[in-house]
Design a protein around this ligand. Structure first.
Ligand code: F6R
Length: 620
C-alpha cells in the first residue's frame, strides 16, 4: 500500500522519483513526498496530501534538484493523512537535517522508542511510527559514525515490519535500504542505481533488478551495490532481467486499468494453463517436483485467504469436495490467524493471494507452519499466488503461480479468474494422484479448460449488453446478488466488486436463504442480480426468482442460453454461452465484473483507485 522509490545517480533524479511514485499510485495512498540532497549538501523535501499530481504541482512551483533522493506514497496507519505525517521524515530541522527516511510497514514498539528518544532530547514533528526510525538512526550515529553500521544497529531495535530507504547529507554517494516484512527491489542502471518497493516503479529506468530478502541491508552507490544478510554476512543476490509485461502500467486503448484487466482475462487464463495440461490430464509437477508424493498423502485441505482471493477459495471448496472428494475447510485469514485451530491429520494448508504480501494471509501461513506435529501440524503448505518473488511464495513449501501479470486496478479481476484456474488445476491434481477423480471426468475438464479462453472471449463480447443493463443501477443505493452452489461465491464476488467501485451497498445470499430474511428488503428499489447456469439447481433458482418478482423486485439474470429464461416485465435476462458446469464460476464472473465497472463509470467514481482502499494490504 505505501510505496518507496529511491535513486543515486550523476543526474538530477527528481523526475525519476516522481515518475516512480506515479507508477505506484495503483497501490493506494493518501499523501506523497520526496527528499533530495541538493548540490549545497542540504536535504530538502516537498510533501503533499492527496495525489502525486499535487506533489508534482508543488515541485513545479518550488523545484528541487539532486542526485541522491528518496520518495514515498503513504497510506496512513499511525497518524492521520497530513503533510506533517507524510514521508520522508527528517532528523533535525530543515535545512541542516542530516538524515531522511521513508518507510513501509509498521513499527510495533514505536511508543517505547518514542519515549526513549524523547528522553534523549529528540523532538517529534509527526505522529508516525516512522519518525522513531530516523531519530534512532541519528542517535546511533553519535557512537557509530559509519551510516551503514549505524543502520545495522538501529534495525536490531525495531519490532514489526519495515522496508526502509535512508539518505544522509553526510554521505552524498549512497542510498541505504533495509528489508524485514515489506518488499524492496534494487534497480540496476549504468552508473546509477535505484530502489523501490515494487519493480514497476523502476521500469522507466531499467529492466535489471535485484530483490532483497528478509533481513537484508543494502548500500546502494552509483557504481556498486553491497548487501548483508540477516546475520550480517555479505551476500550476493542474483540480478534478474525483466522482459515481460513492461507495458502493464499503461492503459492502452482502455479508459481504465480495470477494464483493460477484465479484457485481458482470456489471454492470462491461457497463460496460467500453459505447460500445465497433458493430453487428458493435469501435469501435477506444475506444483513442484515433490507435489505428486505430497498430494498422495493429502486427506484434507484448509484454505485461507482475504477478500476476492477468499471468494476464489470458497469456489474451490465446492470443487475439492464435489470433484476430488477431499474434505475442505476455508476461512478468512484475519480470523484464522487469531484462532486456536484443530488440524485434521494430513491436511494441506493452501493460501491464496494476488500480491503474496497480504499481512493476514502471511501471518496465517506463518502460524500454520509454526504448529509442531504434536500440535497436529499441517502436512505441507501451498500458495496460489500471482507474484513469484512474494513472501507468501518464498515461505510456502509448494506454489502455483497464476500468470495474470501486474494487476493495477485496485478491484481484483484477472487475479480472481486465474486463481480459479489454479484451484481447478489443484482439484484435478489431487483427485488424480489420490485416485478419487474419475479419469474420464478429468479428461473432459482438461478439454473444457483448453476451450475456456474462447468461452471468456464470448462472454466479453456481451460487453455492450451489460453496459446497457448497468443503467438500471444508476439511481440505486442497494443491490442483492443471488447464487446457488459454487455460484454463491461468484455472487459474493459480484457484490464485492459493485460495492468497492460504485459505493452501492450490495449483499450476496445463497438463493435458498432469501425467504429466511432478506426477502423483506425486496421492493422496486432493490435490483436483484442472479447467475443462473444450466445445472441441477436451475429449477430451484427459478422458484427463488419468482419470490422476488412477486414482491416487485427487478431481476437481472445472467443465464445459460439453454436455461429457458427470457425477458419479461421486471426481468432482464442476459444470455451466457453454454459451459461445463464445473467451469461456470469462471465464466459467470465476467458479466458481474463488467456490470460493476459500468455502474461505477455511470456514477463517476474513481474506478481504478476507489476511496479508502489500497491494492496491497501489507498491514493488519
Ligand atoms: C477486492 C480485492 C481485495 C483483495 C484482498 C486480498 O477487489 O482486491 O479484496 O482480494 O485484499 O489481496 P491478495 O489477493 O493480494 O492477498
Amino acid at each position: 500500500m505505501c510505496g518507496i522509490v529511491g535513486a543515486v545517480a550523476e543526474r538530477n533524479i527528481t523526475a525519476v522519483l516522481v515518475e516512480g511514485l506515479k507508477r505506484l499510485e495503483y497501490r493506494g495512498y493518501d499523501s506523497a513526498g520526496v527528499a533530495l540532497l541538493n548540490d549545497q549538501g542540504q536535504l530538502e523535501r516537498r510533501r503533499r496530501v492527496g495525489k502525486v499530481s499535487e506533489l508534482q504541482a508543488a515541485l513545479n512551483a518550488e523545484p528541487l534538484a539532486g542526485r541522491l533522493g528518496i520518495a514515498h506514497t503513504r497510506w496512513a496507519t499511525h497518524g492521520a493523512p497530513s503533510e506533517r505525517n507524510a514521508h520522508p521524515h527528517f532528523s533535525g530541522r530543515e535545512p541542516g537535517s542530516e538524515l531522511a527516511v521513508v518507510h513501509n510497514g509498521i513499527i510495533e514498539n514505536h511508543d517505547a522508542l518514542r519515549e526513549q528518544l524523547k528522553g534523549l532530547g529528540y523532538a517529534f514533528s509527526s505522529d508516525t511510527d516512522t519518525e522513531v526510525i530516523v531519530h534512532l538512526l541519528d542517535h546511533k550515529l553519535k557512537t557509530q559514525p559509519d551510516l551503514t553500521a549505524a543502520l545495522k544497529e538501529a534495525v536490531k531495535e525495531l519490532h514489526g515490519a519495515y522496508g526502509l530507504a535512508v539518505i544522509s547529507a553526510k554521505q552524498p554517494d549512497r542510498l541505504l535500504a533495509a528489508r524485514s516484512g515489506s518488499p524492496l527491489v534494487i534497480g540496476l542502471g549504468l552508473g546509477e542505481n535505484f530502489l523501490a518497493s515494487d519493480q514497476l516503479a523502476l521500469r522507466q529506468v531499467t529492466d535489471r533488478f535485484m530483490y532483497l530478502e528478509e533481513g537484508d541491508i543494502a548500500e546502494i552507490c552509483r557504481e556498486s551495490v553491497q548487501i548483508w544478510d540477516v546475520s550480517g554476512e555479505p551476500v550476493q543476490r542474483e540480478s534478474v532481467q525483466y522482459h515481460e509485461g513492461a507495458e502493464a502500467a499503461d492503459k492502452g486503448e482502455f479508459r481504465h486499468f480495470m477494464l483493460k484487466e477484465i479484457f485481458e482475462q482470456p489471454k492470462v487464463v491461457q497463460r496460467t494453463l500453459e505447460g500445465r495440461l497433458g493430453s487428458d490430464h493435469v501435469l501435477v509437477q506444475a506444483f513442484g517436483p515433490q507435489a505428486a508424493e505430497l498430494f498422495a498423502k493429502v486427506k484434507n485441505v484448509q484454505i485461507v485467504a482475504c477478500g476476492t482471493s477468499y471468494h476464489a477459495g470458497m469456489v474451490a471448496r465446492y470443487w475439492l469436495e464435489g470433484l476430488a472428494g477431499i474434505p475442505c475447510q476455508i476461512e478468512v485469514a484475519s480470523e484464522f490467524r487469531y484462532r486456536k485451530v484443530v488440524v485434521q491429520p494430513d491436511t494441506l494448508f493452501v493460501s491464496i493471494s494476488q500480491s503474496g504480501e497480504t499481512a493476514d494471509t502471511l501471518a496465517a501461513l506463518r502460524n500454520a507452519k509454526a504448529l509442531s506435529p504434536e500440535q497436529g501440524g499441517y502436512l505441507a503448505s501451498l500458495s496460489i499466488c500471482n507474484v513469484g518473488i512474494s513472501s507468501l511464495v518464498r515461505e510456502s513449501d509448494l506454489c502455483l503461480l497464476t500468470q495474470a501479470g501486474p494487476e493495477i486496478g485496485v478491484a481484483s479481476t484477472k487475479a480472481f479468474t486465474t486463481q480459479l484456474v489454479g484451484l481447478m488445476l489443484l482439484t484435478l491434481s489431487l483427485g488424480q494422484v489420490r485416485g478419487t477423480l474419475d479419469k474420464r471426468l478429468e479428461a473432459e475438464l482438461v478439454d473444457e479448460l483448453r476451450r475456456l479462453p474462447t468461452r471468456l472471449d464470448e462472454a466479453l463480447a456481451m460487453d455492450t449488453v451489460v453496459e446497457k443493463v448497468s443503467e438500471l443501477f444508476a439511481e440505486k443505493h442497494h443491490a442483492l446478488f443471488l447464487g446457488r452452489g459454487e455460484q454463491y461465491p461468484v455472487a459474493m464476488e459480484g457484490a464485492l466488486k459493485l460495492k468497492e467501485i460504485s459505493y452501492i451497498h450490495a449483499e450476496a445470499y445463497p438463493a435458498g436463504e432469501l425467504k429466511h430474511g432478506p426477502l423483506a428488503l425486496v421492493d422496486s428499489d432493490m435490483p436483484v442480480v442472479t447467475v443462473a447456469p444450466n445445472n441441477e439447481l436451475l429449477e430451484k433458482l427459478k422458484s427463488n426468482l419468482q419470490e422476488v418478482r412477486a414482491r416487485g423486485g427487478e431481476l437481472i439474470v445472467f443465464a445459460d442460453q439453454q436455461a429457458g429464461m427470457s425477458n419479461g416485465e421486471g426481468t432482464h435476462v442476459v444470455n451466457m454461452p453454454h459451459i461445463h458446469d464445473a467451469l461456470a464460476p469462471i465464466l459467470y464472473t465476467i458479466p458481474l465484473q463488467l456490470l460493476s465497472y459500468y455502474v461505477a463509470v455511470l456514477k463517476g467514481t474513481d474506478v481504478d483507485q476507489p476511496r479508502n482502499l489500497a491494492k496491497s494490504v501489507t498491514v493488519e
